[in-house]
Design a binder for this molecule. Structure first.
Ligand code: NAP
Length: 279
């Protein structure tokens, strides 16, 4: 029988544990989200983050800049937030407009306040196999989901489709650090299906319907990170859920799988950074 990796229930459990923890603190953490422009998807994500943070008692500040904001103004604001003792965590919502150098912006965030774990210091620590201040939210959420269902990672062949800095690359390191054998595929990979068929754990982070039933071995664990709108405006993942689910041992749905875990890990990272400042 196929087991659904239920990210929604696990998110609720994690948020409730975080709320209990925060209720015991007199002072609360503050999460600042910087949003540039009017991208409708980004606005929805930022709103969700704000609402979730506030439901836990985390102070949430959204700074919204117009699309044509100068890079220097953003850099100065981040430097100011880095120095502010009351600010726990800083997140710059991606994507940024083309005239802004994304790396320069991310690199300016203090690693101690880098709630996404994207700064070179935190990324470098992860790739060294050492503890960063916090781990990137989506990969952390995927590993937490697999752990919740007691899915073994050590010695397993994990195939990741997608090599972005947000998902594929950090996830590959986190799985390696847990002694999985990792293969990363991307748009130039030849014979993708031949590789995915060797996966014990298949994780797809592409943003298009690319994984069908004939691309995996039976009883494989399948994690779908992709999110996109189909031609009817319906939210979809990379995996052909209906046909893949019967041959998988575990599978994460879209929506309700990795998405809720990402937001739970953002909250968890905010609390972790806060606890580190207290210590
Ligand atoms: P991205 O930066 O666009 O990366 C997509 C990756 O997919 C790239 O590495 C690309 O290869 C690869 N790819 C594209 N077409 C392919 C194909 N036909 N075969 C194999 N690989 C292919 O995207 P991202 O930021 O990682 O996000 C990926 C998806 O996950 C999106 O749908 C995004 O919305 C979703 N996402 C969800 C969450 C969540 O919380 N659920 C979080 C983050 C992202 P190249 O490198 O060669 O171009």
């Amino acid at each position: 029988m196929t087991i659904i990796l239920d990210g929604k229930s696990l998110r609720n459990k994690i948020l409730s544990e975080l709320k209990n923890k925060l209720d015991k603190f007199e002072k609360k953490p503050t999460l600042v989200v910087i949003l540039v422009g009017e991208n409708p998807a980004s606005k929805i994500y930022v709103n969700n983050k704000k609402k979730t943070a506030e439901s836990l008692g985390i102070n949430s500040i959204v700074i919204n800049y117009p699309d044509n904001i100068e890079e220097n103004i953003l850099l100065t604001k981040i430097e100011e937030l880095n120095k502010a003792p009351d600010i726990t965590a800083i997140l710059v919502q991606l994507p940024l407009p083309k005239h802004i150098d994304k790396s320069k912006i991310i690199n300016t965030i203090s690693p101690q306040k880098d709630v996404d774990g994207f700064t070179p210091y935190n990324f470098g620590r992860l790739f060294e196999g050492e503890e960063p201040f916090v781990y990137p939210c989506t990969p952390k959420g995927i590993i937490r989901l697999l752990d919740e269902y007691k899915i073994p990672l050590e010695g397993q062949h994990a195939v990741i489709v997608g090599r972005s800095n947000i998902v594929g690359k950090p996830l590959s390191q986190m799985l390696l650090n847990r002694n999985a054998t990792v293969t990363i595929c991307h748009s130039r990979t030849k014979n993708l299906a031949e590789i995915t068929k060797t996966a014990d754990i298949l994780i797809s982070a592409v943003g298009g319907k690319i994984i069908g039933k004939n691309m995996l071995k039976s009883n494989c664990v399948v994690v779908d990170v992709g999110i996109f709108k189909d031609e009817n405006g319906k939210t979809r993942g990379d995996i052909d859920f209906k046909n893949v689910a019967p041959v998988a041992s575990y599978i994460s749905p879209v929506p309700g799988g990795v998405g809720p875990m990402t937001i739970a890990m953002l909250m968890s990272n905010t609390v972790e950074l806060f606890e580190k400042t207290i210590k």
